[in-house]
Design a protein around this ligand. Structure first.
Ligand code: GDG
Length: 468
């Protein structure tokens, strides 16, 4: 058993199985974010390999020590699909879909969190840093602290944290708050999320907060301070710049425009097929613009990538049916032999193809009803080397706090959304450039490495302050 100075704990390991039974790095943002620091510190990563009933030994992969946590088929159903994705996910996204509260799911969540905590505690060197990721593992910080009082513990929450009026629905609200408070630093996407968390702690546990510090009374009469603060996540911006510079990817972008019949404007949506992303609102607005003759299929095509996600959860099956009905109706009404209204793709693509789509798109539509950050918005910006293109961005995304030069929308306001789409479609190049340059500056200056450095620096300081 090797022990590491930095242990990341996440639901998923940073690798996927390839067809030959080997491993390849999974393309996620978190993986690229942590890659440099994992290499530098020879860190360990505790997570599920993504397949039920897979029993694996620890192994090293590209400079990171991987510690697989086995999940049974029942764990996947109860802990992952159930409590994580059918209780916490809808509740934390402001109950856009109804959360289901099942005691059996909760019991599995506690049991699985405890196995992740055991694995993390075993993988951490004396005085190491353990960094827990996201809503599937909210109990792990406290569990690790109990097992290993010597380590520094961070937690980052990738999704929103809801207002107390909603959070208080959770039958196990107290246990979840106490679980998170096991960390020295609890990081959120937005200041508002950190505020919601601090208020929930105050209402539920009566702990005092001063600035971002939550004062947790200890058994021995002392006080430990946990920091709850915003650390907005970002992307590996330079990797997107490099891809956008590649001649083959630029050629592919031109080919995509050709194959779509060279409409004057291409509008693009890229999302996991999820009810939080506002895909139906976007299609409704676009369909009405066609109906009202404010747009035509010769003038504009909407390309919607809806990558398959959580396909065994009922709410996702229903959403897929609704979206596909909407696409069929709109296309059936407005398509011609040469042009389509919506090119809908329920598929996952390689990253290069995504960048080609970003390059091909004149307008990017991000209409989420709730979204922790929304990395797609940042990826689009980073890829726009020519400083052209327009981002339409929901104010209910974390990204909206940073990207003030986007066209801001409320996706529930369909008339407002339609006007915003028209403003984007009609925007003169000079104004596109003015806005895009500001957006690009922000994304390049605040990339994902800046994010992880800021979090780890705050964690280091917080731990030192408590120790002194
Ligand atoms: C959660 C929070 C927060 C999508 N389809 C394909 C594909 N993607 C990539 C995108 C982007 C990522 O997946 C999606 O990230 P988002 O941030 O947009 O949304 P979530 O998946 O909901 O992520 C979110 C994030 O965590 C990080 O903290 O921002 O708010 O919900 O990178 O490009 N990539 C490829 N093929 C696809 O078909 N290769």
């Amino acid at each position: 058993m090797t022990q590491a100075e930095l242990v990341v704990v996440a639901n998923r390991l940073p690798v996927d199985r390839d067809d030959a039974g080997g491993w390849r790095t999974s393309p996620g943002g978190l993986v690229t974010a942590l890659e440099p620091v994992m290499r530098r510190t020879q860190g360990a990563w505790v997570g599920w390999p993504g397949q039920a009933e897979l029993h694996l030994e620890e192994f090293d992969f590209e400079g990171t020590h991987l510690v697989p946590v086995t999940l049974s088929a029942e764990d996947v159903e109860l802990y992952y699909e159930g409590f994580s994705n059918d209780t916490i996910w809808p509740l934390y996204h402001d109950v856009i879909a109804a959360p289901r509260y099942r005691r059996e799911w909760w019991n599995a969540y506690v049991a699985v969190n405890s196995r992740f905590a055991d694995a993390a505690a075993a993988a951490a060197a004396p005085g190491a840093t353990v960094w827990v990721q996201d809503y599937q593992l909210q109990l792990v910080p406290k569990m690790v602290r109990e097992l290993r009082p010597d380590v520094t513990i961070g937690y980052f929450h990738h999704i929103p944290f809801p207002a107390y009026g909603l959070f208080s629905q959770l039958p196990w609200r107290r246990q979840v708050l106490e679980g998170l408070l096991g960390a020295d630093v609890i990081g959120f996407q937005r200041t508002g999320d950190a505020g919601n968390f601090a208020r929930a702690v105050h209402r539920q546990l009566r702990y005092e907060t001063r600035a971002s510090g939550i004062r947790i009374p200890q058994d021995d009469g002392s006080v430990r301070i946990a920091l709850a603060k915003a650390f907005p996540i970002s992307i590996d911006a330079s990797a997107y710049v490099r891809m956008a510079q590649r001649p083959d990817i630029q050629a592919r972008a031109r080919q995509i425009r050709d194959e779509l019949g060279n409409p004057e404007k291409i509008l693009l949506g890229v999302d996991r097929l999820d009810y939080t992303k506002g895909i139906r609102h976007r299609m409704k607005a676009f369909g009405e613009l066609l109906r009202d003759d404010r747009l035509s299929v010769e003038r504009a095509t909407l390309v919607q990538v809806a990558s398959p996600s959580r396909e065994r959860v009922a709410a996702y099956m229903q959403l897929r049916d609704e979206i596909e009905l909407t696409v069929g109706r709109i296309n059936g009404t407005y398509d011609t032999m040469e042009h389509t209204a919506i090119r809908y793709l329920h598929q996952a693509f390689p990253r290069e193809e995504m960048v080609a789509l970003y390059l091909a798109a004149d307008v990017m539509l991000v209409t989420a009803l709730r979204d922790g950050m929304n990395l797609v918005a940042k990826e689009y910006i980073a890829s726009r080397l020519d400083n052209r293109g327009v981002l339409v961005l929901s104010e209910f995304t974390g990204a909206a706090d940073e990207l003030g030069s986007a066209i801001r929308i409320n996706p529930h306001d369909i008339e407002g959304l339609k006007d915003a789409i028209m403003q984007a479609v009609d925007m003169p190049p000079a104004e596109q450039g003015r806005r895009m340059r500001k957006l690009r500056r922000r994304v390049q200056e605040h990339d994902v490495e800046a994010w992880s450095q800021a979090f780890l620096a705050a964690l280091h300081d917080a731990h030192r302050a408590n120790a002194s």
